[in-house]
Each structure stands twice: as structure tokens, then as C-alpha cells.
Design a protein around this ligand. Structure first.
Ligand code: HEM
Length: 502
């Protein structure tokens, strides 16, 4: 009986939705709504977003609107139109969307709620501390922390895992786990600092374990699934947040200016509880490692898989550092300066190529009023207030007209004649934007310079200290699409690799 009632209810809801749903107005982009109430085309999009968008582009052209999870999203599929979209700073806003999603995900009150005057602007200004002069300081600190963690844990230092490695020939490990343990801790130490009496926090493995549990649920939280429906996720998030309570952070030394400034900003607001402040710091932890760790994995994975690429990048490194052929970790630790990092163009190209292949971030803007969106010199499209305008750069990254053999990793794709290659074309026109793993325009990732630096620093140390190979019989790593739209994709499963001190 209750089954019949449920079916009737679903039927009534679907009918009401079909009758009441949006009608396309003249001149508006083609409208694709599906028949499932609220979800619309969400399931098709989630299953394989790239294929879904490509199919619709073939049917409806470069611009179309899709109803997904309660939102009308207009996708702009032609990268030649991107520059035009980015000019709409006032009418197309990023922060409104972020302010809806971030509080539900990380557990702090919305910044733009009116209870925290000027906090949004102060936070935006703090992002400058990830660039310029501060970037040099961050790079120095990151280099020291990478050396510390790598040498102690993996290269025969006094750490638990390191002991016994020297002289034992090849060791094996899980590549993602390896990148995660080194990058997570080194990034954490660089941004948040170390416990006053020691160089390393004693509970980093536990923090990382909880972080991974939370991160597994991240796509569902961003998709607005209430946290109480997600098992232990709320308890895990509370544990993670408690890690950053002000009384704990006060005891850490060598905190970066970026985090110190954010703490100062948060202190100005009595309307924030200590737990709210800690939740803000936790959100930055996610921003700083959530994408960087998988990006590091792919950068290293592709190099190890293509030994010719690895050797070319290593040769460049030796030339820039003017080092002899081998540099083992027993010799004084290598310091690669920010200036030297900037000279590693082939490594840059290799990192950017792995980002091209693994990034699937969606750039989202919310229309602040009804207006006509100019797409290029000939075309414009009416947009309604509250609609979402979305760019999906993965389709550009994988477009064979722009990147020949787009599925293939070519470590030197972004270098030509000893310089960075910047000319890529669509329909015979040069593209202004052809690589967008870090988003676009006003909301572009403020940590992008730091992120590229730290990935390059990690590669430098590994290539100098270690021989690296894939373990025998490993299958190719595959992209896990479950976080499509949200940044760098993870591998579906970890892969085994071998390393030996050079
Ligand atoms: C490979 C690593 C990284 C990738 C691929 C990445 C990507 C992104 C993307 C796509 C966005 C959203 C931009 C948009 O929608 O237009 C973003 C925002 C952000 N990222 Fe990153 N990111 C990385 C590393 C970092 C690091 C290391 C930090 C900090 C140290 C960081 C801090 C942030 C912050 C704070 C925001 C929010 C900006 C705002 O609210 O305006 N990111 N990132």
C-alpha cells in the first residue's frame, strides 16, 4: 500500500514539475531539462560530464542551458568565447556561489551573511600573501620541509620509514600514498607552522587519515547532500576542525604570513566562535592540499611511466643546478632556489601537461540580473537573474583541434624552441585561454604559483635523490570521475612504484 502511495506521490511531483518547469524564451540558448524533479539532468552529468557536454554541444551548438540539481546552468563550450565571459565582473559573480557551497561543506557561517562586515574583502586581500615577495619565503620554507619529510621518512634519515633504506637497493611503495604523505605534511608545515618544541607534528598521519575520509565525501557535500546523511562525516569534520582551534594554533611557530594574517582577520569578529574560526582554517587546508596532492601524483606518475621524459627533465635540472650526474641524499641537502625553479621550463611543461590531462574544474558564475551576455563579436544570449554560467575547461583540454593526440602525455607539449609555447588555436584563431586548471578571471586560484612551485620542488628532490620506476605488471592509472567539476581528479586506485637511492 505504502509503495503505491509513494509511486503516486512521485507521479504527482513529476507531473507538477513537468507542467511548471521553465519555458524557453525567444533568443535564449537551447534548454535541456530532463524529467526528474529537482535533479533534472544531474545524473547524466555526474555519470560522465565530459561526454554529456560534448554530446549536447554536437546537438545544440556552443551554448546551451541544462537544468541540474535545482539550477539552470548555461554552458559555454567554445573557448574562443571565454575572454568575453571573463569581462563580466559585476553581472557574473563567483563569490555568491562559493558563499553558498563553502559553509555547508566546511561548517562555518556564510561570509556574505551581513554578520561579518568587510570580512570577504579582507580575506581576498590576504590572498596577496601567497604571491610576490611572500612566495619566495614560502618556497624557501617548503624546500626545507620537503627535504625534512623526505629524508627522514624515505631516504634513510632517522624517521621510522627511512631507517634501513640506504644500501638496500630497490624499495616499493604506493605512489599516491607516497605523494600524499610527503606533500600533505610539507605543505601543512609551510603554511601552518610547526609545534614550538619540535620540527614536525606528531599526529600528522591521523590528521591525514581524517582528511582523506572527509575528502571522500567532498563531492557529495558540494552537491548539497546534508552532512547528517553521510554517516560519520560530521564527526570526522568536527575532529578536523578542532585541530585548528585558536588555542592550539597559538602554540605553533613559523606560521606563514598568509595563515597568520587570516587568523588576525578572523579575530576581529566577535560574531565568530572559536570553532567557526577553526573551520575557516580547515577550509584552507582543503584548498591547499585537496588538489595539490592529486596534481603531484599525476605529475610524478607520467614521468615515471615515460622514462625518456623523466631523463629529459632530470638533465635540465642538473644543468640549471650545475650539479654532477648523481646527487644522493647523503650529500649535503639540495636547495633549489625560486630563481632556479623558474628556469626549469621543461619541468614546467611536464607539470602543465599532467594538469591538462587530470584537471576537471568547472568555472561557475551567477547572473546578478537579467541581461544579454555577449559571447563574441556576432553573438549574444539573454541570461536570467540567478542562472549559472559555467565554463568546463576539460573539454578544451581534450579538444584534438587544440591539442593533437589529446589523450597522450607529451611532456614537452608546452615548450618550443627553448621557450614556453603559448600559441594554441581553435577554428584558426589563437586562444587567449588554453590551460585552465586553476579557474579563471577574478576567482582564479590564489595559490596557483605556490602550487606549481611546490610540485616542481617535490619533483626536483625526487629526481635528484632517487631512481624511480613503475613496479612490474602495473595497469595504467585511470581517472576517477566522481569529482568531475571540482578540480584535479584522483586515480581510481593507487599504483605500485619502485625507488632506489641514486
Ligand atoms: C594543483 C593545485 C591546485 C589547483 C588545481 C587549484 C585549483 C583551484 C580552482 C579551480 C579554484 C576555483 C577557481 C575558480 O572557480 O575560478 C581554486 C580556488 C582557491 N584555491 Fe586553489 N588550487 C590548487 C592549489 C591551491 C593552493 C596550494 C592553495 C593555497 C595555498 C589554494 C588556495 C585556493 C583558495 C583560497 C581558493 C578560493 C579563492 C576565492 O575564494 O576567491 N589552491 N583553486
Amino acid at each position: 500500500m505504502s509503495c503505491i502511495l509513494l509511486l503516486v506521490l512521485v507521479g504527482v511531483l513529476s507531473l507538477a514539475w513537468l507542467l511548471g518547469r521553465r519555458r524557453r524564451r525567444e533568443g535564449e540558448p537551447p534548454l535541456i531539462q530532463g524529467w526528474i524533479p529537482y535533479l533534472g539532468k544531474a545524473l547524466d552529468f555526474r555519470l560522465d560530464s565530459q561526454a554529456f557536454l560534448k554530446n549536447n554541444q554536437e546537438k545544440y551548438g556552443d551554448v546551451f542551458t541544462v537544468y541540474i540539481a535545482g539550477k539552470y546552468m548555461t554552458f559555454i563550450m567554445n573557448p574562443l568565447m571565454y575572454p568575453s565571459i571573463m569581462k563580466y565582473g559585476r553581472q557574473l559573480d563567483f563569490h555568491e556561489f562559493a558563499d553558498q557551497v563553502a559553509p555547508a561543506t566546511f561548517g562555518y557561517p556564510a561570509v556574505g551573511s551581513g554578520r561579518f562586515p568587510e570580512m570577504g574583502d579582507q580575506i581576498q586581500r590576504s590572498f596577496r600573501l601567497l604571491q610576490g615577495e611572500n612566495l619566495v619565503l614560502l618556497a624557501e620554507c617548503m624546500m626545507a620541509n620537503l627535504n625534512l619529510v623526505l629524508r627522514q621518512d624515505f631516504l634513510g634519515g632517522e624517521g621510522e620509514r627511512g631507517a634501513g633504506v640506504v644500501g638496500m637497493g630497490w624499495s616499493t611503495g604506493d605512489l599516491y600514498d607516497f605523494c600524499n604523505s610527503v606533500m600533505f605534511e610539507a605543505t601543512f608545515l609551510t603554511l601552518y607552522g610547526m609545534p614550538a618544541p619540535a620540527r614536525r607534528h606528531s599526529d600528522m598521519a591521523t590528521l591525514r587519515h581524517h582528511f582523506t575520509k572527509f575528502d571522500d565525501m567532498f563531492p557529495l557535500l558540494v552537491g548539497r547532500i546534508p552532512i547528517w546523511l553521510l554517516g560519520r562525516t560530521k564527526a570526522v569534520r568536527e575532529t578536523l576542525i578542532r585541530y585548528f582551534l585558536p588555542q592550539r594554533m597559538m602554540c605553533w611557530s613559523n606560521t606563514s604570513q598568509f595563515i597568520a594574517r587570516r587568523a588576525e582577520v578572523l579575530e576581529q569578529y566577535d560574531t565568530l566562535s572559536d570553532t567557526d574560526k577553526a573551520a575557516h582554517h580547515f577550509a584552507i587546508l582543503w584548498a591547499s592540499v585537496g588538489n595539490t596532492v592529486p596534481a603531484t601524483f599525476w605529475a610524478l606518475y607520467y614521468l615515471i611511466n615515460q622514462q625518456e621524459a623523466l631523463q629529459a627533465v632530470r638533465n635540465e635540472l642538473h644543468q640549471v643546478l650545475k650539479l654532477p650526474e648523481a646527487q644522493g641524499p647523503q650529500q649535503p641537502e639540495v636547495i633549489v632556489s625560486k630563481e632556479q625553479l623558474d628556469q626549469l621550463l621543461l619541468m614546467d611543461s611536464a607539470v602543465n601537461e599532467s594538469l591538462r590531462l587530470s584537471s576537471a574544474s568547472m568555472n561557475i558564475r551567477v547572473a546578478q540580473e537579467d541581461f544579454s551576455l555577449r559571447l563574441d563579436e556576432e553573438r549574444s544570449a539573454p541570461v536570467r537573474k540567478g542562472d549559472v554560467i559555467a565554463l568546463y575547461p576539460q573539454t578544451m583540454h581534450m579538444d584534438p583541434e587544440i591539442f593533437t593526440d589529446p589523450e597522450t602525455y607529451k611532456y614537452d607539449r608546452f615548450i618550443e624552441g627553448g621557450r614556453e609555447k603559448t600559441d594554441f588555436f581553435k577554428h584558426g584563431q589563437r586562444l587567449k585561454y588554453y590551460r585552465m586548471p586553476f579557474g579563471s578571471g577574478s576567482s582564479m586560484c590564489p595559490g596557483r604559483f605556490f602550487a606549481i612551485n611546490e610540485i616542481k620542488q617535490f619533483l626536483c628532490l625526487l629526481l635528484l635523490y632517487l631512481d624511480l620506476e613503475m613496479a612490474q605488471g602495473q595497469e595504467k592509472a585511470q581517472l576517477d570521475n566522481s569529482r568531475a567539476g571540482l578540480g584535479i581528479l584522483l586515480p581510481t586506485k593507487d599504483v605500485r612504484f619502485c625507488y632506489r637511492i641514486r
